[in-house]
Design a protein around this ligand. Structure first.
Ligand SMILES: *Cc1c(COP(=O)(O)O)cnc(C)c1O
Length: 383
């Protein structure tokens, strides 16, 4: 299909026109069971009532007074998220990459003030932090090491889940360690609880910052509001995105009070913290905070995992990885892209983050019946 859009990815010719809950509909009226959900973004499914109501009401009231003025949804969401995360300060952004870019700036400024000009941020092989120049340099995605030279310097890489490698990489220039608690784009690779606890202790012992990129793992995705909560650690800086706005562009950078060294003019953005997006975020927060919501995510995640394990055993595939409703299935062969393409023909949307892995990131309120339907379609496709 020829369009005037820049070719940044291979898109199927389908045009989507409508979404409702777990389902997406194209311009021919064909229905798709959606286990991509805008890339783990629509945490309440497509066009959920509370989100539509919040956006509609706010749009009629106030859309953007300017980022230089307070607005009520911005204040309310800031209070809710900082209390929930156990971090005192928040800056709203429009994308995960922008939130991470802010985290990098904050860590560098902190290093310049409190650690003798230290600016290096140790990041992880295969990690993913976004597509700006600095966040691409912070990422360890295969094939990115030669792109858009020269790179933003200062991001030494270590293998994921290797505490000794982090310790060996720390030197006088180190300001922070940055990682995803579960590496999403790498194919849902879970850092163990011991690894996270070890990183928290190590960074504290060396007086450097721990930055948790919870853009994919945050907002209930792993069965806790934030993945760090599985171990009870609090990072010094945390970033959120994806599920935070339930589908609209909203991200956030959170930090401990004494780490917040931005001065006027250091950070900002025209659309940042606008009431239309923060009202959406507030609606999402309220739903995720309802009693039982996160427990249901855990149950649904277990149900999905059991189903996938049975499916895998029947077809001779490998293990299921991940936590909560962020899961991947190891296919042991490079057939994931092919399966995802055939699944789409059969009315099921799945993502293949690696040639040998399928990723499952349904809405957090996905029903057990919908999980069963997904497994049924997948079974037929693989047969
Ligand atoms: C998606 C993602 C990002 C980038 O977010 P954008 O909104 O696409 O800029 C950064 N970090 C992680 C862990 C992500 O999953």
């Amino acid at each position: 299909m020829h369009t005037s859009l820049m070719e940044i990815t291979a898109r199927p010719a389908t045009v989507f026109v409508k979404g409702s809950g777990a389902w997406l509909y194209d311009s021919d009226g064909k229905a798709y069971l959606d286990f991509i959900q805008g890339w783990a973004v629509n945490c309440l499914g497509h066009s959920p009532d509370p989100l539509v109501a919040a956006i509609t009401e706010q749009a009629g009231k106030l859309i953007n007074p300017s980022p230089a003025f307070y607005n009520q949804p911005m204040l309310d969401l800031a209070a809710a998220l900082t209390a929930g995360a156990g971090l005192e300060r928040i800056f709203f952004a429009n994308s995960g990459a922008e939130a991470n870019e802010g985290a990098i700036k904050l860590a560098r400024k902190w290093g310049s003030l409190h650690r003798d000009g230290a600016y290096e941020i140790i990041t992880m092989a295969q990690g993913f932090h976004g597509r700006t120049l600095a966040t691409m340099a912070a990422s360890g995605k295969d094939g990115w090491d030669q792109l858009f030279e020269p790179k933003v310097p200062g991001f030494p890489k270590v293998p994921f889940s290797d505490l000794a490698a982090v310790e060996a990489a720390i030197n006088g220039n180190t300001a922070a360690v940055m990682l995803e608690p579960v590496q999403g784009e790498a194919g849902v690779i879970d850092g163990s609880d011991d690894y996270l606890l070890g990183l928290r202790a190590l960074t504290e012992a060396h007086g450097i910052l721990l930055i948790a990129d919870e853009i994919q793992t945050g907002m209930g995705r792993t069965g806790k509001m934030f993945a760090c909560a599985h171990t009870g650690i609090t990072p010094d800086i945390m970033t959120l995105g994806k599920g935070l706005g339930g589908g609209v562009p909203l991200a956030a950078l959170l930090a401990r009070e004494d780490v917040c060294c931005f001065e006027h003019g250091d950070q900002g953005g025209t659309f940042n913290g606008n009431p239309l997006m923060t009202a959406a975020g507030l609606a999402v927060w309220k739903e995720l905070s309802k009693p039982g919501f996160l427990e249901d995510v855990v149950t649904a995640g277990e149900h999905l995992t059991k189903g996938l394990e049975t499916f895998s055993a029947n077809h001779g595939f490998g293990a299921v990885r991940g936590r909560g409703l962020l899961r991947a299935l190891d296919l042991k062969e490079a057939i994931a892209g092919d399966i995802a393409a055939r699944a789409m023909e059969a009315g099921l949307l799945l993502n293949a983050p690696r040639p040998d892995s399928l990723r499952f990131m349904p809405a957090l309120n996905v029903s057990h019946e919908e999980i069963g339907q997904m497994l049924g379609i997948l079974d037929r496709v693989v047969d």
